[in-house]
Design a protein around this ligand. Sequence first.
Ligand code: FAD
Length: 404
Amino acid sequence: GLFGQKGWKPVWRDPAPKSEYDVVIIGGGGHGLSTAYYLAKEHGITNVAVLEKGYIGGGNVGRNTTIVRANYMLPGNSEFYSHSLKLWEDMEQDLNYNTMMSQRGVMMLCHSDGQRDFFARRANAMVNQGDDAELLTPEEVKREAPSIDLDNVRFPIYGGLMHRRGGTARHDAVAWGYARGADQRGVDLIQNCEVTGIDIEGGVVKGVQTTRGAIRAKKVAIVVAGRSSQVAAMAGMRLPIESHVLQAFVSEGLKPVLPGVISFGMGHFYISQSDKGGLVFGSDLDFYASYASRGNLPMAEHCMEACMTLMPSLGKAKVLRSWGGIMDMSPDGSPIIDTTDTAGLFLNCGWCYGGFKAVPGSGFSYAHLIATGQHHTPAARYRLDRFRTGRGLMDEEGTGSQHN
Ligand code: FAD
């Protein structure tokens, strides 16, 4: 197979950084790349550099469990994720790239009368937003996923909330597709280029210092996920963000055993099966602040236990790999897409453990804000000052307790 690729050429250029750009984007993850793509495509702004300290796709965009959904409830999140899912549905055509978007459904399980009532409320909010939602009985849950153990007594399954337009996508391909699309439109993707300082004069951003020299810029956009606090500190900002590690696991390849994504909120566990057959699953944060992209054993053990509780039949599958990523946790579980007190400096962060599904929507809305100075309507509530004033908080962290 590898010999067959001998003649393949890189799909994006490897330019040296220029001395000046209209827009410098710090961070070549999913959000940085999609921002660059939409700046070029939607706003005709192509004198743009994406500065990435490692390699494209090496951050969380290549470490997540690939789940895509629009099943949030609260105003602010609901319209944002709804818009993002619509962009997902057109992404392969738009990028002319196979991102393996597979709307195989996301099913969340409930374990009490109260939780079932809450799911009914959430389903109504989703339908009101124009997205799909179905409440399932325990028998319907079993029909969807026969490997679930309904007789499990510790966390009896009262039903499920099915979101059929949710599913999974190939995470690397999403990064590569946006990277290629941005490069083709003239954006410079500069890898191995760490931003070490942000130049500000008289309250106006002037550029950045990097390991490959100083670069001037009219606008600078921070979008570095788990490193948000560190990079924002270069501009004198103290963010309401904590960085925590989140782990994930993959098993050996199996024949199809799961229909789609299954979220077991009570066990803080979720699982899906990749196209290659591997079970892809994860659990909760390791619960201490850290910049290490690997986790510890207690959470790995908890995750395996939760899997055994829900689907004991998977017990013989061998786990092949585990890894971690650095999550930019915000206090209310919702993100920030905003201007800052420094003119020309923009901020995008706080995606917690759920920012993969936001890649297209976040890039679209961030590009809109950078290009026009106006908040894009679906992302208009993602203001930084909600944590200072207490107004407009969107406490939807619980949605992510079904992580992903
Ligand atoms: P990243 O890919 O991390 O991009 C940020 C980039 O900034 C990095 O490449 C980094 O190297 C770069 N950078 C940092 N500092 C600097 C600097 N000083 N100079 C230059 N570059 C810098 N979300 C979902 O929606 N669904 C899921 O199923 C899901 N599962 C997850 C499972 C795990 C285990 C993890 C770790 C995350 C998961 N997420 C999920 C969350 C999602 O992956 C992230 O929220 C999202 O990828 C973050 O945005 P990003 O892609 O831009 O981040």
